[in-house]
Design a protein around this ligand. Sequence first.
Ligand code: NDP
Length: 290
Amino acid sequence: ATAPVTVIGLGLMGQALAGAFLGAGHPTTVWNRTRSKAAALVAAGAHLAPSIGAALDASPLTIVCLTDYEAVHELLDVDDVTLDGTTLINLTSGDSAQAREAARWAERRGARYLDGAVMAVPPVIGTAEAVILHSGPKTDFDAHSRTLGALGTVTHLGEDPGLASLYDVAGLAMMWSVLNAWLQGTAMLRKAGVDAATYAPFARQIAAGVADWLPGYAQQIDAGSFPADVSALETDARAMEHLIGESEALGVNAELPKLFKAMADRAIAAGHGGEQYPVLIEEFGRPWAD
Ligand code: NDP
């Protein structure tokens, strides 16, 4: 038998989440501030609760997916909503401090609480491609992991409820860094008449090749030891000068390479020029100081 589940918040994401539960055969109760957004789900078999309280009462597990944490508190942090005994999974995007604060708040209100982050767009929810991260008590995750499996590939990262948000933003850092590096190269090659589509497969191969270095470099970071067994930071810094010089000569924006050259220069000035690239973790691991 499939467990009943409630979804609160039927924006683009909430509708996709509720649709995936329905598709997997879960009795699904929904609630949204703007009730009309439930119409398609109701037609597909969802039960539209008359109130938040009724929505929470309908299932042992409630998924919340609203615009932001302010909306979550505005909606649920009110006296006439009882959370006692409920398990809440908050898939609303936010930062780790908000997630930890929400976990403490839910605990005070007698609820079990997991924080989550959806690393996917609504159309892929319900397929293995949809990665959904969770953090908080492992026992609560385990109790509902089969139900959550209807949404996609669900993962538990650890007991600290802030972890899902941290992985979420760390993933964004990776995404924008790869995209920005690709745009830098594309801007340069276009000056030589090479179009973006011609360069893209080459760029893709470089990105995948560099991604393969991460596990080995991570070992250096975790060990706090950065022997230059492939290349010294000084060598990288000289190549960065080529990138900056070429960008400027071509009339392409050089801000980004100058930024990472400045970080490398600071590490070299601190005596790390003979060590390997991941020694820059020391620059990344503290606030920017001009
Ligand atoms: P939408 O703007 O489509 O939906 C927002 C939802 O929040 C609606 O249900 C809205 O209700 C509700 N809401 C906002 N404020 C309040 C409030 N004060 N009281 C009650 N309900 C409120 O956003 P999405 O569904 O796209 O996104 C929801 C969350 O999912 C966000 O945190 C987003 O970052 C995250 N997410 C979204 C992705 C996407 O691709 N869409 C991808 C990954 C994460 P109403 O309908 O009444 O306005």
